[in-house]
Design a protein around this ligand. Structure first.
Ligand code: ZN
Length: 252
């Protein structure tokens, strides 16, 4: 069953919040933490219910009650993927299957929830050289690309290159080109159960990428795109069903 997304999206921006506190060059760029910078971009884009969660909070800030009340979860992680508790990963996966959106940013390609949801290693080539990146829109008119024309430049970024060990995306929206000649699938969408998953590549911690208007716009687009559009599915052991289906069955 497809419905409109909820009018007031409840968004949680999750960040491991490690580099900002351990590396001065990152703290200089993101003194408030990547999570607060990204959350501010979403608020500026008109999303009214945006909060943050970090690794060090109890249950990484993602207790069951909070996830149950989350429509879209945004994830930034890099140095501490292995410190994320598997019980929290189980919970995130379950909520995505129920209908919650999941937006994985940059090095979240190797995060536990992203790999769990996609089922592949999600590895890639990389080079941290701070050269330019050109992000091309390859699906004009897709909601993820709204407001960025045919693409944009990022003056300084880390290179990510193919092969990117992901399942074939349901929708491919951005491809990046790098000064070394590499290309990379930078904006990908999948569906898993009732939920939408978006991967958006830019966002290395030593560059001011999340201060750039086009990047902020795409992250906000991704959140809106990933919003739940189905009646939440319910796990009934042998199958996932929509409550309406279950009610019909109970009536006989
Ligand atoms: Zn990086």
């Amino acid at each position: 069953m497809t419905t409109s997304p909820p009018a007031r999206l409840r968004v949680v921006v999750w960040n491991e919040n490690v580099h900002e506190r351990s590396r001065p060059e990152v703290a200089r760029i993101y003194p408030e933490g990547l999570h607060r910078c990204i959350a501010a971009a979403l608020t500026e884009a008109g999303l009214a219910d945006v909060s943050t969660a970090t690794l060090d909070e109890p249950e990484h800030g993602l207790a069951a009650e909070r996830l149950d009340a989350t429509d879209v979860l945004v994830w930034w992680g890099h140095a501490a993927h292995d410190r994320v508790n598997d019980a929290v990963v189980d919970r995130v996966q379950r909520r995505v299957l129920e209908g919650m959106g999941f937006v994985a940013l940059h090095s979240a390609h190797e995060s536990k929830p992203f790999r769990r949801l996609l089922g592949t290693p999600c590895t890639l080539r990389w080079r941290e050289d701070g050269a330019a990146e050109r992000v091309w829109v390859v699906q004009p008119g897709h909601p993820l690309a709204e407001g960025v024309g045919d693409g944009f430049w990022i003056d300084q970024e880390e290179m990510y290159g193919e092969p990117f060990a992901i399942p074939e995306p349901d929708e491919l929206v951005f491809i990046s080109w790098f000064a070394g000649g590499e290309v990379f699938r930078s904006g990908c969408c999948w569906r898993r159960g009732g939920g939408r998953i978006v991967y958006f590549r830019p966002g290395h911690e030593t560059f001011a990428t999340y201060r750039q208007p086009e990047v902020r716009r795409v992250v906000a687009n991704a959140v809106r795109y990933a919003a739940p559009r189905t009646t939440p599915l319910v796990d009934r052991g042998s199958e996932w069903v929509a409550p309406a289906v279950e009610a019909r069955r109970e009536r006989g």
